[in-house]
Design a protein around this ligand. Structure first.
Ligand code: PXP
Length: 241
């Protein structure tokens, strides 16, 4: 039986904390509980505006967590400095717009390519595995390979949206399948994430070649009702094909 890794994104624990300016609920506590309940990694996104996770969270989590930490960052000098100092095992480079509610799409790999190349190179030289968050497009997969990324994470937001609204998702899932195939062929590790629920994770888990799912918003929301341990266990069950 093949097992897909589950990366638990705990950003929204920090969102709830920050809504009241208190020091609870604790993202560190959530990370350690996720680890205890079988998460394969923990993901945090240190945004430029620090709307959820902050540097102190990053410091505390990286110190205590035994499973890999996947740090999502935008391609900026500030984030390069922070990443070089904290040296998480995984970095996922994501696009960032100040006014967006969430990461709305994949990276534009042709924008600021020189810096992107430098960023990937510097991180890889520090033994950090680098992933690029991209749209399910063959062009972007080729581009990611030429930029020497280790992994790509395919943005599943559009697909999940269609599934949630009971709309036809055949075209979108075919795009994802093709991108996964191409990524595997080029030797890239292929991950997927954004907007995943129990239902969409189940559908996507049928695609061969995706080895990691990163899930946050739905997972944290569901935990309000049934708890983080049970929600993680349910996702792990779905990802065991
Ligand atoms: N993967 C990446 C690269 C992301 O930026 C996000 C959102 O922060 C996720 C996965 C998780 O998405 P969601 O919170 O919708 O599950």
């Amino acid at each position: 039986m093949k097992k897909i890794r589950l990366g638990v994104n705990i950003d929204h624990v920090a969102t709830v904390r920050n809504a009241r300016g208190e020091n609870y609920p604790s993202p560190l506590r959530a990370s350690l509980l996720a680890e205890k309940c079988g998460a394969d990694s923990v993901t945090i996104h240190l945004r430029e505006d620090r709307r959820h996770i902050n540097e102190l969270d990053l410091k505390k989590i990286i110190k205590k967590l035994k499973i890999p930490l996947n740090l999502e960052i935008a391609a900026t000098e500030e984030m390069l400095k922070i990443a070089s100092k904290s040296k998480p095992p995984f970095i996922c480079i994501v696009p960032e717009k100040r006014k967006e509610i969430t990461t709305e799409g994949g990276l534009n790999l042709n924008h600021n390519k020189t810096f992107l190349k430098k960023l990937i190179n510097k991180l890889r030289n520090k033994n950090i595995r680098v992933s690029l968050f991209i749209e399910p497009s063959i062009k972007d997969i080729n581009e990611a390979k030429s930029l020497k990324a280790d992994c790509v994470e395919i943005h599943t937001g559009k697909l999940c949206n269609l599934i949630n609204k009971n709309k036809d998702y055949k075209n979108e899932i075919n795009k994802i399948k093709k991108a996964v195939r191409k990524g595997n062929k080029l030797g890239l590790e292929v991950h997927a994430g954004h907007g995943l629920t129990f239902n969409s994770a189940k559908i996507l888990s049928k695609i061969d070649g995706i080895i990691e799912f990163n899930i946050g918003h739905f997972l944290i929301g569901e935990s309000i009702f049934v708890g983080l341990p049970k929600t993680i266990r349910l996702f792990k069950k779905i990802l065991k094909r």
